[in-house]
Design a protein around this ligand. Structure first.
Ligand code: KG4
Ligand code: ZN
Length: 339
């Protein structure tokens, strides 16, 4: 008998539902929220309201696109956290009612674990290399930056992490300084393709062992722009592409230094990246270059699996389902949620 999981993701500003059957992705529907663009960042209250509007049509579409009947679903896997509480509440409440109505179990999923399990999603028409355990994953998103040793589907150890801002935050905040709209990460990436990454240099932080720090870089970028703007009011416009390429290069270098060090220390050469910032072309190229030098086997997610999506929630739910790891109906979402 097949195992069919409905995944629900609502931790930030994307409402998503996906169907995974026996590890194969049948559908993955995502509704983005444009309402935040005007505010330069996600407004939690608006995000929560948009999730409420989106969740039913998104789930309905995911079930239709998968070509299944809702009675075939064996369990509902949902993001319990970490994330914005008001956003998480919508996905959690919906999942509980759906599971209750169909009399099927609930599976709670940690959003960060889910990002790292995208490498196990199978698709009928796409051959994909699946990582062997253990592997190292550099998880880089808007809220988190972690180096993780993955021993098994649900057994993960954090080896290092940011002590302040996340890498995605660094991209977004630097983008804001040079007038790019939120989220600025993808725009920095786009402009960087036309720029010289060695045009400007920014100092890298000295942080112990495998931890990261990005708040100093953001501040020094801000001061650098402010000082140059005083001398030349057109400084940003005249140097936009070089600024983007240089700040991207610095962030990627900081990420790569520790990743290389962790691989050397552990001897693990199976290297994966995950999370929103894993879409960054500078980071993807740096991983591929390093793979040649260090004989790494690399796992780089397809773009559609880098940012928030429910396919990753459903695949994590699938492995938890196989482990009989179920949640009760009185479960509550958690804004902070360690795995
Ligand atoms: O994983 P994600 O979708 O949401 C969180 O769980 O945080 O990551 C969103 C982050 C944002 O900071 C966004 O700017 C960044 O990922 N991002 C990128 C790129 N695409 C998305 N940063 C740099 N380059 C990109 N191409
Ligand atoms: Zn995420």
């Amino acid at each position: 008998m097949s195992i069919t999981i409905l995944g629900i993701e609502s931790s930030c500003d994307d409402t998503s539902a996906a169907i995974i059957q026996d590890g194969y992705l049948l559908s993955n529907v995502i509704a983005n929220q444009n309402v935040h663009k005007a505010y330069g960042g996600v407004v939690p209250e608006l995000a929560s309201r948009a999730h409420q509007q989106n969740i039913i049509p998104v789930v309905d579409m995911a079930i239709k696109q998968a070509g299944i009947n809702k009675n075939e679903i064996n369990a509902v896997a949902f993001t319990r956290g970490p994330g914005l509480l008001g956003s998480l509440l919508v996905g959690t409440s919906f999942s509980k009612s759906f599971a209750l109505a169909l009399n099927i179990p609930l599976v709670e999923v940690n959003h960060l674990q889910a990002h790292m399990l995208v490498h196990f999603i199978k698709e009928k028409n796409a051959e994909r290399l699946i990582p062997e355990f253990p592997f190292i994953c550099l998880l880089v998103s808007g809220g988190h930056t972690q180096l993780v040793k993955i021993n098994n589907y649900l057994e993960m150890e954090i080896i290092g992490q940011t002590i302040d801002d996340a890498a995605g935050e660094a991209f977004d905040k630097c983008a804001k300084v040079i007038g790019l709209p939120y989220p600025g990460g993808p725009l920095i990436d786009k402009n960087a393709q036309e720029g010289n990454k060695y045009a400007f240099t920014f100092s890298k932080p000295r942080i112990k062992e495998f931890d990261y720090s990005f708040s100093g870089l953001k501040t020094s970028f801000l001061y650098f722009i402010r000082d140059n703007h005083k001398v030349n009011p057109n400084f940003i416009n005249e140097n936009m592409n070089d600024l983007c390429a240089s700040i991207q290069n610095t962030i990627v270098d900081i990420l790569m230094d520790k990743l290389i060090a962790v691989s050397k220390k552990t001897g693990i050469k199976n290297i994966a990246i995950a999370g929103g910032v894993s879409a960054n072309s500078g980071l993807r190229n740096a991983i591929l270059d390093e793979a040649k030098t260090n004989q790494w086997t690399t796992f780089i997610p397809e773009f559609k699996f880098t940012t928030d999506n429910a396919a990753m929630i459903a695949i994590t739910g699938y492995y938890k389902y196989l482990n009989n790891d179920f949640a009760s109906q009185d479960i509550a979402p958690l804004a902070r949620f360690k795995y």
